[in-house]
Design a protein around this ligand. Structure first.
Ligand code: S3P
Length: 446
């Protein structure tokens, strides 16, 4: 599902303090997995709080094309009737993944242990992203691939039946690669093992267990996580409540911290420790982020976050936190651009293969907004304004390269600027956060 081909430029202008209470949409990672596991389970899965962004709808369309029934009820709840592990049907047409790397890599894993031949296509951004990282382990399991140059989309996969269980040590810290292998292992006889030297988001492990898979997580003598899934699993339909997405909340957390006078309550934010790095880093910089009413929602820690304008100080960001905030660096760069002193980020090589090269694209974007920064091979060095707004007033628009998080980060830079920041296209925002613009406008107006 690709958003409209007509670019929609927009200027985000300063509107004074942000005040009020908002609720961000459901977590994207959990939403994708709810649909995939619901579509593979026996019986009915009911999901409330599902993110209805374009990326998740791409996953839903693909699972429908392979036999699952997925419907939204009038009350907003989603009901999924699955086909059972091993029961996916041959799709009649190519699976259109739109902008979504998560849909592509996780579904490649799912399909790879079925007797299915599937073609995956995507938009211009997704068609530049490397798929070799999943092609390699899934080929070892027996799937066969015909990919475009450099292991990219469009690609056609012939699933293996039966697939062969493997033990695979992740060469990159990637929850998508981990999840692709675990999902392939669902319909593979025997035990499929993933060794994770650096922990990444653990939603797949939590949810596979929740749906009834026999999955264990241990730590080996080298301190690595060892995840084992027993194949030919039976999954049973579940009732799922999706918590708010911390990656979406991050834009408003940063906005409230950097715009003077702001005081915002963001309700229902998922704070799974494998996702909450941004909150810890912003607190380390001096940000006032208070957790109100901490609770458990759908098996995940959740709280409401009260965020107040704060004087931020530049820090050296510990590269060990990168996996727990891998999607939040673009907006962290914006926060750093208004901090006192220098912020240094390292260990960000994975940012270069996201929806865009988020190091170069954010360096160019923040330069246009008047920030002082330079990129390094694996990171960014930012010299902040000591609380002063960015100049803004860019004559040529920020180029977002079909990357929703670049668009939203620069929207926040715009509300924290003197003359506003113009970006070339806001339409990619709908991939992960369809109501971002009205939520931001509401907080500024309040
Ligand atoms: C995701 C994992 C991350 C993240 C992406 C969602 C997931 O990608 O950037 O937005 O749901 O598993 P990598 O695993 O490639 O780092």
């Amino acid at each position: 599902m690709s958003h409209s081909s007509q670019p929609r430029p927009h200027t985000f202008t300063p509107g004074g303090a942000l005040k009020g209470t908002i609720r961000v949409p459901g977590d994207k990672s959990i939403s994708h997995r709810s649909i995939m596991l619901g579509a593979l389970a026996i019986g009915e899965t009911r999901v409330t709080g599902l993110l209805e962004g374009e990326d998740v709808m791409s996953t839903a369309a693909a699972m429908r094309a392979m036999g699952a029934t997925i419907e939204k009820q009038p009350d907003g709840e989603w009901v999924i009737n699955g086909v059972g592990v091993g029961g996916l049907l041959q799709p009649e047409t190519a699976l259109d993944m739109g902008n979504s790397g998560t849909s592509t890599r996780l579904l490649m894993g799912l399909v790879s242990s079925h007797a299915i031949t599937a073609t995956f296509v995507g938009d211009a951004s997704l068609s530049k992203r490397p798929m070799g990282r999943v092609i390699d382990p899934l080929s070892t399991m027996g799937a066969q691939f015909t990919a475009s140059e450099g292991g990219r989309l469009p690609l056609t996969m012939q699933g293996a039946q039966p697939a062969v269980p493997i033990t695979y040590r992740l060469p990159v810290a990637s929850a998508q690669v981990k999840s692709a292998i675990l999902l392939a292992g669902l319909n593979t006889p025997g035990i499929t093992t993933v060794i994770e030297p650096v922990p990444t988001r653990d939603h797949s492990e939590r949810m596979l267990k929740g749906f009834g898979a026999n999955l264990t997580v241990d730590t080996n003598e080298d301190g690595e996580r060892v995840i084992r899934i027993h194949g030919e699993a039976n999954l049973t339909g579940q009732t799922i409540v999706v918590p708010g997405d911390p990656s979406s909340a991050a834009f408003f957390i940063v906005a409230a911290l950097i715009v003077p006078g702001s005081d915002v309550l963001i309700e229902n934010v998922g704070l799974n420790p494998t996702r909450a790095g941004i909150v810890a880093v912003l607190r380390q910089m001096g940000g006032s982020i208070e957790e109100v009413n901490p609770r458990i929602v759908g098996g995940e820690p959740v709280a409401d976050l009260r965020v107040r304008h704060s004087a931020l100080t530049g820090i050296e960001v510990d590269p060990a936190v990168v996996p727990s905030m891998v999607d939040e660096f673009p907006v962290l760069f914006v926060a750093a651009a208004l901090a006192q002193g220098r912020t240094v980020c390292t260990g960000l090589e994975e940012l270069r293969v996201k929806e865009s090269d988020r190091i170069t694209v954010m360096r160019e974007a923040l330069e246009l907004a008047g920030a002082t920064l330079h990129e390094t091979e694996d990171g960014m060095v930012i010299d902040g304004t000591n609380g002063a707004p960015l100049p803004g007033g860019n004559a040529s628009p920020v180029v977002t390269h079909l990357d929703h998080r670049i668009a939203m980060s620069m929207a926040i830079a715009g509300v924290a600027s003197t003359k506003g920041v113009t970006i070339d296209d806001v339409s990619p925002i709908a991939t992960s956060f369809p109501n971002f613009m009205p939520l931001l406008a509401g907080l500024v107006a309040a």
